[in-house]
Structures are given as structure tokens and as C-alpha cells.
Design a protein around this ligand. Structure first.
Ligand SMILES: [Zn+2]
Length: 172
């Protein structure tokens, strides 16, 4: 009886510890804050299970599976405040609000990305080649860039709003 009680006590004493360790590592992963404006863009990689834990379903579909959100579905389409737009997966700032414009397409659009923050590749998902672009740090898919944008670049970065998070400027 004594031994049995001792075992139960040990189990009770251990279980909150086990619970708090697993809760803590989960919380750490979700709250992992990466520098939005690093000097160097160090690659940030997670396995697919970890990405699924970090992102909600639709963000995972866009960022990790190159999906496209429905037009006019993102509140960032209407975001006009001064600030920065960061990758929703790793917080790397990709765009500045003064390079955003209303393209009328229903997706947040920019005529310039911050240098070195995105990378591009050709994709043929709609048969005609398009230029896909993604976050240079985590590889998360952001959108496609087209050559029908406004001056001075003539480019239109057509971005999924769900792949971005807006960071308002301190003054706004
Ligand atoms: Zn990223």
C-alpha cells in the first residue's frame, strides 16, 4: 500500500511538469518572434508539421502550398495607414506602405518590394508563364509580379493579404 501510494504521488508530482514542458514548447513555437528587419536575411526553415502548427489552415494553403486567396477577401486590401507589410509566416518586412497602391484587382498590390526580401521563380500554373515570388527568409509564397504596374517601376506585386501582416508606423 505504501509503495502504491508512493507511485501515485510520484505520478501526480511528475504530470504537471510533463504538461507544462509540452505546453511551453508549443507556445514557444507559436510565439517565435523573428526580427522583422534583420541586417542579413538568414534562411528560416521548419518542417511541414511545424508550419501547420504555426499557421492557420488558409495561411498554410497560401504560404506553403502556393494557393491564392479569393479576391477582395483580405482586410489588408483596404489598409491605407502608414507602416510596413511583413511575411505572415516569419515576420520579415517585405513591403512599405508608400509603395502600396489600389490596383482594383482585389488583392493588396505594391509597385516595389524591399530589396533582398523576396525571391522569384517562374510558374506555369495558368499555362502562361507567371513570375511567382516568395519571402527570401522562409520561402513562403506571397503572390505574383506582373509588368502592368504604375510608375516608376511599372511592376505590380499582386500579394495574398493572408500571407502578410501589417505593422502600423509608431506615429499612426
Ligand atoms: Zn517569411
Amino acid at each position: 500500500m505504501k509503495r502504491r501510494n508512493a507511485l501515485i504521488l510520484t505520478a501526480l508530482a511528475l504530470s504537471p511538469t510533463l504538461l507544462s514542458v509540452s505546453t511551453r514548447s508549443y507556445a514557444m513555437k507559436n510565439k517565435l518572434q523573428l526580427d522583422p528587419n534583420p541586417e542579413n536575411v538568414e534562411p528560416f526553415t521548419l518542417d511541414e508539421v511545424e508550419w501547420k502548427m504555426r499557421l492557420d489552415e488558409e495561411a498554410y494553403y497560401v504560404l506553403r502550398q502556393e494557393g491564392t486567396e479569393a479576391p477582395f477577401s483580405s482586410p489588408l486590401n483596404e489598409e491605407k495607414r502608414e507602416g510596413q507589410f511583413a511575411c505572415a509566416a516569419c515576420n520579415l518586412v517585405l513591403f512599405e506602405s508608400d509603395k502600396k497602391y489600389d490596383s482594383g484587382t482585389g488583392w493588396p498590390s505594391f509597385w516595389q518590394a524591399i530589396e533582398g526580401r523576396i525571391e522569384t521563380k517562374k510558374d506555369f500554373k495558368l499555362i502562361l508563364p507567371r513570375t511567382e515570388y516568395h519571402c527570401a527568409r522562409c520561402g513562403g509564397h506571397q503572390g505574383h509580379v506582373f509588368k502592368d504596374g504604375p510608375r516608376p517601376t511599372g511592376l505590380r506585386y499582386c500579394n495574398n493579404g493572408i500571407a502578410l501582416k501589417f505593422i502600423p508606423a509608431a506615429s499612426s
